[in-house]
Ligand binder design. Structure first.
Ligand code: ADP
Ligand code: MG
Length: 345
């Protein structure tokens, strides 16, 4: 097949040959992956004494991504990462994924190869095995649905429901950058559509765009928690925005919270860009989403186990449910948090 043309129609290979062609580049890395692609179902042999955790995320073209500014390799990578992030958020280790695709006729064999290059890179970086999937055609665009399977010792599991009054609320990394990356990409798309000859100005926004197009899951943080014998009381990954996500913990744990605005981590590029877009930077952190950082609660006596590592920010405290879910602003006022989440509908 010619790499230069990038135009081999899928019909020329057929579905079976396409999957064979693509999956032969994958090899199994985990001993629990007993049998991968090629039979009616994959076979997994979990480590004795461990439980399986399973999660799925579906991404649809035009809803979750825009191929005008999303390279297929990045899309494949991100589609894996968002699932792996959910496995880590249970304090579990990801081991296998399955990938299901609906493809419209505009996608060539080369396009699918590019998508799987990203999937393969994520599998390598996070040491997970591709063990199956499904492929079908679609009338409109691309749909990618990935299921991830992980394993965990039952006593290591961390649910959303374990937060207790007095616990500290912690978050990793910084928030709001992925949302601002998306705003930049959307702005450059509009400019491009109106003036195709104008070169996009993306360099100075590199960090934000990377956070949108190529997020990473916090494998390092899960390792750190284990190494430091620190088990959060509740945890989730920040996919909808701090506000909705902390409210998920509060609802499931039947508690309230107060988040201190001044301690919420926002990177310098995010801060500057928010102002450029006339958005309050804290709004990007609260309602932006797609950060894939870990939000967790710990007993106050465990704070020393964070070792002063600068990837962790203590941003608030769990209160009783009567206090509601509140934000203490830099000006010293309390506001009720609102869950906006993502409005896909
Ligand atoms: P079935 O007809 O039983 O659904 P398929 O022909 O769809 O079987 O799949 C054959 C094998 O290829 C299975 O192991 C399946 O998991 C795998 N497979 C199918 N589509 C994909 C895909 N998009 N990515 C990875 N593996 C796939
Ligand atoms: Mg099938």
């Amino acid at each position: 097949m010619s790499e230069a043309t990038h135009t081999t129609p899928i019909s020329q290979l057929g579905e079976f040959a396409l999957i064979d062609h693509i999956t032969q580049k994958f090899s199994l890395q985990n001993s629990s992956s007993t049998h991968g692609v090629g039979d009616d179902a994959a076979v997994i042999t979990p480590t004795t004494g461990k439980q399986l955790v399973v999660t799925t995320d579906l991404m649809a073209e035009g809803i979750h991504f825009d191929l005008m500014y999303t390279p297929l390799k990045h899309l494949g990578y991100k589609a894996v990462v968002v699932n792996i992030s959910d496995i880590y958020a249970m304090n579990a280790e990801p081991k296998q994924i399955t990938v299901s695709l609906a493809l419209s006729s505009k996608f060539t064999v080369e396009a699918v190869e590019e998508l799987y290059e990203g999937i393969r890179l994520a599998c390598k970086n996070y040491k997970v095995d591709l063990v199956g999937g499904d492929t079908t055609s679609s009338y409109s665009g691309l749909v990618v649905s990935i299921t991830a399977i992980g394993e965990v010792a039952p006593e290591e599991l961390v649910y959303r429901s374990g937060a207790q009054v007095g616990d500290l609320i912690c978050v990793t990394g910084d928030l709001g950058a992925a949302y601002l990356g998306l705003q930049i990409l959307e702005r450059e798309k509009r400019i491009y559509l109106e003036h195709p000859d104008v070169q996009p100005e993306l360099e100075k926004s590199q960090y934000l765009i990377e956070r949108q197009l190529k997020p990473e899951a916090r494998k390092d943080v899960i390792r750190f928690l284990k190494d430091n014998d620190l088990k959060p009381t509740a945890m989730l990954d920040v996919s909808d925005g701090l506000s909705s996500d902390v409210m998920h913990i509060c609802k499931m744990s039947k508690v309230g919270c107060v988040i201190t605005e001044a301690t919420v981590p926002v990177s310098e590029p995010a801060y500057q860009t928010a102002l450029e877009f006339n958005i309050d930077p804290i709004t990007c952190a609260l309602s932006g989403g797609e950060d894939y950082e870990l939000l967790f609660t710990i007993r106050p006596e465990d704070e020393t186990k964070l070792n002063g590592e600068d990837t962790f920010s203590v941003i608030g405290e769990i209160t009783d449910t009567l206090q509601g879910t509140r934000l203490l602003t830099k000006g010293g006022n309390y506001h009720q948090l609102t869950a906006q989440g993502w409005k896909h509908f």
